[in-house]
Structure formats: structure tokens, C-alpha cells
Design a protein around this ligand. Structure first.
Ligand code: KE4
Length: 431
């Protein structure tokens, strides 16, 4: 059991000045209990806390660190930008063209792209654009999916909202809530029903093509293609929210993995390389409606700033140069097989979902294919499991409804250590 005196002290102080002591709710350990750990240093697949304890990191800043933290090429590029360029100008810079061109080259659906500063800004902007482009008001999202904290999305949302047991949020007006319809993930009939009940009123369907905020839930074969067909037939903008799965499950994201092309794509996390970046893009005829070319307003003081784009560009260049995806798949398979061996040895029937290097061990024997099956998981057992892993120096998401991320710098020894720790933690979670 690591000694976390300093984290406890800092958390008490933080709660005086910051709501809940954190700048993002899911960090607060609410669903797992205990004190959030204050990290002091990140290096590769490891983080060290303020008390000097080191942890093997499977959160990776909630997805960005597919290459591990403080990658030497990324830190060197940032140092160069700091010394020779600057952190922001509020003017156009050449790097904006470089990253836009590169994203359009990598992601099948992108003909034009706008940089923003977070995934939430990307999804909010994409939905406003879809509404402006179609002249329609309603959107369809999926129960348990999380698209950031924009008002339209905080209706039956996932991630931190689900973790806190507050999938709907006060402060979202009835008018906004009325325009957000919730379908069931992997159930095309539930989507068709909403579309038919709201004929000609649905501007967009927004989906995580790999759901990563209800734990991990893969789209079942044919589901995304059926959504594509429905949107084309009904003149609905299909938005793939690839903030998490983009550049994670494949260089071209889930859309390249599944061969389904959305009208708009939202991105973030990995394309910031650990700095605040988001982006939205897609079909030229839709993107041309974005101000100042078009009339759908969207803006951002620090959008496209040199420091964030440096980290994002270097990350993308490394992903292209090194193609870590086959290795990520090999490593993720080792973890999946190791966990499943442990479950068998202990006579436990818990399910694992995985796409590439994002996965989730659900504390339920029910196959998890949507929100209602995900919430059959025993969050109390997950909490005990989480803390046992933490005591063994393994840092995973402090929520049953988040993903586990493997990076290119997790070694086979790290994986073996994790599998052993998983066995011990499963024993503890059953007590
Ligand atoms: P941000 O605004 O947090 O950068 O991105 C929002 C967002 C949008 N779309 C998807 C698919 C996302 O996963 C996210 C953010 N993901 C969560 C983790 N599940 C962020 C962690 C947090 O809220 O602290």
C-alpha cells in the first residue's frame, strides 16, 4: 500500500479552491473511493506521484499518450518551438496548414478541417454546423456515449457523467434537452424509430464508432454501415466522434478500420500529443459553411497555436514513421489473454471488450453491447479491483465506465507484471 500523505494534504487544500478539488470530475475517485493521487512526473509508460510512488500508467491522460508521455521527439520539438517560435500569435501560422493537410491525408472523411482546443469544442461545433447546414434542430446520440460537456450532449451521457451517476445535468434547458434524442447503441431499429418519429427534423446523428465512455463497446458488424445508409437516405449528417478512438484504433481512426465514411469527424486527444487540441472536419460542402467562409460561427483564441500543434504534428509524424499499431495489437492481445486466463483460474465470468489498444474489463457476466448491459457491472467490485491494482503500482481509470489504454512504450515485462497484478486484484475484488 503506497504512502500517499502528500496527495491527501494537497487534495484537502485543493477542495478549498477548486470544486471537488479537481478540474475534471472523473479524476476525483468518486466512484472508486479514496483520495485522488497527485502526479508529479510522467515518463513513458510511468507516472510518479508527489509522495515518490511510481505507477504503470494505463490511463495515458485519458487517451492522448499512445506513444507514452514525454516522448523524446515530442519534447525536443516543443523545446524548439518554445525557443525559436513562440506559444501563440493569434495570427495564421504555417503549422496550421501542415496539420490540416496531414489530417486530410490520414483520415478518409476529411476534405477540410478546423482546429479547436478540446474534444468538447470539436463536438459542439460539429453539431452546430450540422444544424446550420441542414436547417434542422434535433440530434440523435446514443445512451452512454460521451461527447464532452456541451449542453446538447449531457442527456444520458457517459464517462464522468455516468461515473457520477448523473448522466443528465441540471443547467441544461428543457429546450435543449428536447432537441437531443437518445438511441440504443448497436440497435439500428431504435435509431430508425426516432428518425421516423421526427421525420425531417434530425440534423445529425453523432456516435462514438468505438464507444469508449461506457467502458469499451465495439460497434457490432453492420451497425455503422446501417447508420451511414440511414443518414444518406434521410439527409442527416453522420458525425463520428473519434476524439478517443481516432488515431488510437488505427491511424485513420475507426472509420478506416470499419470502412464507413461519416460526413463529419471530431478529433482530439492523440492529435494534441498531451497538449490541448481538438478538431472537426469532413465534407467540403459542409465545412464551407463554417465562418468566415460560411455563416455558421465558430472561433477560438488559441485555436491552432504553435505549441499545441507542434506536439500534435510530431505525434502524427511518429505514428506515420513507426506504425505502432501491429505492436499495440500484439500487446493488447497479451493483456486480454492474461486477464482471461486469470478469470478462468478464479472461476469468474466477467467480460472483456477490446478494439485495438483500448479495452475494458467489466465486472459482469453479461455481454456488454450497450448502456443498459454496461450498467449491470458491479461498480463496488470494480472499486476494490482498482485500489488493489493501485496498491500494486498499476494506475488504471478510477471508473468502471472508462477505457484501459496500452501505449507503444509498455514493455512485455510491464504486461506480465500487470497480468500478475490483475490476478491479485480480482482475488481482492471478490472478498
Ligand atoms: P474533452 O473536451 O474532454 O477534450 O473531450 C470530450 C470528449 C469528446 N468525445 C469523446 C469520445 C471523449 O472521450 C471525450 C473526453 N473523454 C473523457 C474520458 N473518457 C475525458 C476525461 C475527462 O472528462 O476528464
Amino acid at each position: 500500500m503506497p504512502q500517499i500523505t502528500k496527495s491527501v494534504e494537497l487534495f484537502e487544500k485543493a477542495k478549498k479552491f477548486i470544486p471537488g478539488g479537481v478540474n475534471s470530475p472523473v479524476r476525483a475517485f468518486k466512484s472508486v473511493g479514496g483520495t485522488p493521487i497527485y502526479m508529479a512526473k510522467g515518463s513513458g509508460a510511468y507516472m510518479t506521484d508527489v509522495d515518490g510512488n511510481t505507477y504503470l500508467d494505463y490511463v495515458g491522460s485519458w487517451g492522448p499518450f499512445i506513444l507514452g508521455s514525454m516522448h523524446p521527439r515530442i519534447t525536443a520539438a516543443l523545446e524548439y518551438t518554445l525557443k525559436n517560435i513562440g506559444t501563440s500569435f493569434g495570427t495564421p501560422i504555417e503549422m496550421e496548414i501542415e496539420i490540416a493537410e496531414l489530417l486530410c491525408k490520414i483520415v478518409p472523411s476529411l476534405e477540410m478541417v478546423r482546429m479547436v482546443n478540446s474534444g468538447t469544442e470539436a463536438t459542439m461545433s460539429a453539431v452546430r454546423l450540422a444544424r446550420g447546414y441542414t436547417g434542422r434542430d434535433k440530434i440523435i446520440k446514443f445512451e452512454g456515449c460521451y461527447h464532452g460537456h456541451g449542453d446538447s450532449f449531457l442527456i444520458k451521457a457517459g464517462s464522468g457523467a455516468l461515473t457520477l451517476g448523473a448522466p443528465d445535468s441540471p443547467g441544461v434547458t428543457k429546450g435543449t434537452a428536447m432537441d437531443t434524442l437518445n438511441a440504443t447503441y448497436n440497435d439500428i431499429e431504435s435509431v430508425k424509430l426516432l428518425v421516423n418519429e421526427n421525420k425531417g427534423q434530425v440534423a445529425a446523428i453523432i456516435i462514438e464508432p468505438v464507444a469508449g465512455n461506457t467502458g469499451v463497446i465495439p460497434a457490432q458488424p453492420g451497425f455503422l454501415a446501417a447508420l451511414r445508409e440511414l443518414c444518406t437516405a434521410e439527409g442527416i449528417v453522420l458525425i463520428f466522434d473519434e476524439v478517443m478512438c481516432g488515431f488510437r484504433v488505427a491511424l485513420g481512426g475507426a472509420q478506416s478500420l470499419y470502412g464507413v465514411t461519416p460526413d463529419l469527424t471530431t478529433m482530439g486527444k492523440i492529435i494534441g500529443g498531451g497538449l490541448p487540441v481538438g478538431a472537426f472536419g469532413g465534407k467540403r460542402e459542409i465545412m464551407e459553411r463554417v465562418a468566415p467562409l460560411g455563416d455558421v460561427y465558430q472561433a477560438g483564441t488559441l485555436s491552432g497555436n504553435p505549441l499545441a500543434l507542434t506536439a500534435g504534428l510530431e505525434t502524427l509524424k511518429i505514428l506515420i514513421d513507426e506504425d505502432p499499431y501491429p505492436e499495440l495489437e500484439r500487446k493488447a492481445k497479451i493483456i486480454e489473454a492474461g486477464f482471461s486466463d486469470n478469470l478462468k483460474k478464479l472461476g469468474l465470468n466477467y467480460v472483456q471488450n477490446r478494439v485495438g489498444s483500448m479495452s475494458c474489463l467489466f465486472f459482469t457476466g453479461t455481454p456488454v453491447v450497450n448502456y443498459s448491459t454496461a450498467i449491470t457491472a458491479n461498480v463496488k467490485k470494480h472499486g476494490k479491483y482498482f485500489h488493489s491494482l493501485l496498491d500494486q503500482g498499476i494506475y488504471t481509470a478510477p471508473s468502471q465506465f472508462e477505457a484501459m489504454f496500452i501505449s507503444a512504450v509498455h514493455t512485455d515485462e510491464d504486461l506480465e507484471k500487470t497480468i500478475k497484478a490483475n490476478y491479485n486484484a480480482l482475488v481482492v475484488s471478490e472478498k
